[in-house]
Design a protein around this ligand. Structure first.
Ligand code: MN
Ligand code: MN
Length: 467
């Protein structure tokens, strides 16, 4: 029995879980650091809108911080910093720890691909004197959100002779942008009757790229001809070079503060570059941690992690094996003893759409970094479900390092759900748990995060690396 002099307020403080807005917990000095941190974050978002650009950005930052390319025949010692680039679309960074590698590594995994519109292999066409690119969307998008958004184009074109051309157009203020059109409301009465999943159909996500015909001549497809001429002059390509290209259309706008108080970040591709950036900043600063720290920035999460740059492939396992070899250890011994924070965003509770959330178990904006024991959908299907023991360990670590954190699952049980790369890493016999930043409007062209949550993610990854 509680002693009589205990008021209910005191008892509640002692016995109940207390949630508070991060901005109320943080000191003014910390809030300042948080806002400054997010300036760097916004620069990253603008500079690295695709997995290839993120890989190049990360490699450059790593080299500047003294990371060297991984050499599987080298000998490494505590404090050595290495990196490995997988096909220009994924990167692994590692800082060698003081403990023998057989004791396991601390893995951080985030993804650097985001939903977008990919050009089809044969994309260029003209219809009724307007020039277009055909697209096939990448990842789970609400298709109706993508028309009337200014788009930039990023990627590579590999010519028949093997030369590779890098494309990035639409980001510079002087660049043109591209756009998918939508029907005017005046003529949309039939369109409105479509089911909302088909409000805009996949084959209607056609990007307008021009409208002036080739002059002083007669014949068909003169707009297309004029466009191909421009592309030939600019990139030295012909139409068949699109066959071996990877061109990705993404929103052209830049990352911005949202709100009079500038408390939020609005930008394209925060899923999952918010965890990629925070993870990167944490490992770049690591100095001979106790356990070897490994940060994976991977591709292909949004399409299910298949393919040789996604985490269902063996590239992580091979890297760990090769690294273990450098110390005369076995890769499988290292993996079994390893721990992983699978860093990916989660849905933030949206006060405008409360019905899809179970509030007690949802992450909120400014609630801190979100730790998720299990993901999946309808009966936890597809989850790796972290053990109570491992959740306990991570919880104790975050509390000890005063990281602001919360828990949350992705919406109500029967409404939907989703997965991350956690399962694929856990399947390698690694203790794995999901952690990440809550996001509003996830997978939309303009996603929203809270700066305090971004900073809390960084502090969590820093704590984990130095645990
Ligand atoms: Mn994600
Ligand atoms: Mn996603």
């Amino acid at each position: 029995m509680a002693k009589k002099e205990n008021t209910s307020k005191e008892l509640k403080e002692k016995l109940f879980m207390n949630k508070k807005n991060a901005a109320l917990i943080m000191s003014d000095a910390d809030l300042k650091k948080c806002d400054k941190f997010c300036e760097g974050y916004k620069q990253f978002l603008d500079a690295a809108k695709t997995e290839r650009e993120a890989t190049a950005f990360i490699e450059k930052q790593a080299i500047a911080k003294g990371f060297v390319q991984f050499d599987k025949n080298a000998k490494y010692k505590a404090g050595d910093k290495i990196y490995y680039v997988n096909r220009e679309k994924s990167v692994i960074l590692a800082v060698i720890g003081k403990e023998p590698i057989e004791k396991g590594v601390n893995l951080l995994a985030a993804h650097i691909d985001s939903p977008r519109l990919d050009l089809k292999q044969n994309p260029l066409y003209e219809k009724d004197e307007v020039g277009y690119f055909k697209t096939h969307y990448y990842g789970g998008i609400k298709k109706y959100q993508w028309p009337t958004v200014p788009l930039s184009l990023h990627g590579v074109i590999v010519k028949a002779d093997g030369t590779k051309i890098t494309v990035s157009i639409g980001e510079d203020d002087n660049d043109p942008v591209f756009c998918v059109s939508d029907l005017l409301p005046h003529l949309a009465s039939t369109q409105y009757k479509r089911p909302s999943t088909e409000l805009i159909k996949g084959e209607e996500l056609n990007i307008i790229i021009g409208s002036r015909p080739f002059k002083d001549d007669e014949g068909s497809e003169l707009v297309k001809l004029n466009l191909m001429l421009i592309l030939n002059e600019k990139y030295g390509i012909t139409e068949s070079d699109f066959l071996s290209a990877e061109l990705e259309a993404v929103p052209a706008f830049k990352a911005k503060d949202i709100g009079f108080d500038r408390s939020l970040v609005g930008a394209y591709g925060q899923d999952d570059r918010v965890c990629a950036y925070t993870e990167l900043m944490a490992i770049l600063e690591a100095k001979a941690p106790k356990r070897t720290a490994v940060a994976i920035l991977t591709d292909k999460e949004e399409t299910g992690s298949d393919g040789n740059t996604g985490l269902r492939s063996a590239y992580l396992k091979y890297f760990i094996s090769d690294l273990a070899n450098c110390f005369g250890a076995k890769g499988r011994t290292v993996l079994t003893a390893s721990k992983c924070l699978s860093a990916d965003v989660n849905a933030a509770y949206d006060p405008t759409f409360p019905d899809v959330f179970e509030k007690r178990n949802s992450a909120v904006l400014n609630g801190g970094v979100c730790v998720t024991k299990y993901t999946g959908s309808r009966g936890k299907s597809g989850t790796s479900d972290a053990s109570a023991e491992f959740v306990g360990e991570i919880r104790a670590l975050l509390d000890k390092k005063k990281v602001i954190w919360q828990t949350g699952e992705l919406g109500k049980i029967d409404i939907g759900g989703g997965g991350t790369v956690a399962a694929y890493i856990a399947n390698l016999d690694v203790d794995t748990i999901d952690i990440g930043v809550p996001v509003l409007s996830m997978h939309a062209p303009f996603e929203i995060t809270a700066k305090t949550d971004v900073y809390a993610a960084y502090k969590a990854f820093e704590a984990f690396i130095n645990a």
